[in-house]
Ligand binder design. Structure first.
Ligand SMILES: NC(=O)c1ccc[n+]([C@@H]2O[C@H](COP(=O)([O-])OP(=O)(O)OC[C@H]3O[C@@H](n4cnc5c(N)ncnc54)[C@H](OP(=O)(O)O)[C@@H]3O)[C@@H](O)[C@H]2O)c1
Length: 296
């Protein structure tokens, strides 16, 4: 008898373009009236969430560093809710605090914080300086933790809320040339799984997104061992899942109060399943991937 697949294929029924025309116009919007703050909304996964959440009736606050890109995303949104643009560097503690104050003063309630901004890595551990490890941990772990801490008191006060946290398959298993990124994403699970427990009685929920292979600029902006941006390359995710399809599945996952959502193209999720079934075969596969990366 075959082993039960511990990570069944992600649900694809949420393809956004399959939602019938007029959906929502009769009051069927899935996020009607919700106020959602999305970080990393200027590109990729966050941009897809902005468009889909807005179409589903949410009012949005969109953050990232590049104001012009946030304006572009805002202009492409077609829903009925409001959209505020709030550019800031998520690693700047003072800017983070000012941004949170701005959001909380503009909106009497905040339903969801989407901690999505992040940066990748493309270098072996032996070639990555400690400064770069710290920078990746700062963006991918400390900043989302700090931002959550700034809005948590409001969620406790209103006795409701949700943190959506963009993790990765790298939050579940090793990926060569991603040691600091894996460390940061694994740490997100430990922290936000605990926050979920501590605030269950406050009706505050956490949905961690274990994603892979979504179209974005994550590879291009990834840091090399010295901290330079990796830049364009032939190995990217342009053949990945459209970010809006990913976002549609996130909407359904939030509504179902999922604790963890696995979303991505099958090819990118294979290693996660293999690791559960056969850890030694997983190790060999990843060592092979390391050799392949280093031969390029
Ligand atoms: N795409 C995938 O398949 C995949 C897989 C696993 C996990 N993820 C995760 O998904 C999240 C989004 O990444 P993506 O794939 O959509 O890549 P992306 O296209 O490069 O988007 C990254 C976003 O983060 C923002 N950002 C980066 N550094 C920032 C900073 N210091 N302050 C504020 N904002 C910052 C960027 O905006 P600015 O440059 O304008 O600041 C951009 O909006 C990340 O957490 C990533 O680790 C993606």
């Amino acid at each position: 008898m075959g082993l039960k697949d511990p990570f069944p294929a992600p649900r694809w029924h949420g393809r956004y373009d399959m939602i019938p025309a007029g959906h929502g116009e009769q009051g069927g919007m899935k996020l009607q009236g919700q106020v959602i703050w999305i970080t990393g909304a200027s590109s990729g996964v966050g941009e897809g969430m902005a468009r889909v959440f807005h179409r589903e009736g949410a009012s949005l606050v969109l953050s990232a560093r590049r104001q012009a890109e946030l304006e572009r995303v805002k202009a492409s949104c077609q829903g009925p809710g409001t959209i505020d643009i709030l550019p800031f560097d998520i690693c700047d503690a003072a800017a983070r605090a000012a941004a949170a104050q701005e959001v909380l003063s503009r909106h009497p309630r905040l339903d969801v914080l989407v901690n999505n901004a992040g940066i990748g890595q493309r270098a072996a551990a032996r070639d990555t300086t400690l400064d770069v490890v710290r920078r990746i941990m700062e963006i991918d772990f400390f900043a989302p933790v700090a931002l959550a801490g700034l809005v948590l008191p409001r969620m406790i006060e209103q006795q409701s809320g949700r943190f959506v946290v963009t993790s990765s398959v790298a939050g579940k298993h090793a990926v060569p040339h991603h040691s600091a990124y894996c460390a940061a994403k694994h740490a997100l699970h430990g922290y936000f799984d605990t926050l979920r427990v501590e605030h269950l009685r406050d009706n505050i929920h956490v949905t961690l997104l274990v994603i892979a292979g979504i179209r974005s600029n994550v590879f291009r902006h990834a840091l090399t061992g010295s901290g330079a941006e990796y830049g364009p390359s032939s190995w990217d995710n342009r053949n990945g899942m459209p970010a809006e399809d990913c976002a549609a599945l996130v909407v359904d996952g939030m509504l179902a109060n999922e604790q963890e959502l696995v979303i991505g193209i099958d090819q990118a999720l294979q290693a996660m399943r293999l690791r559960e079934r056969d850890p030694q075969a997983f190790l060999e596969r990843m060592a092979g991937m390391m050799q392949w990366l280093e031969s390029r």
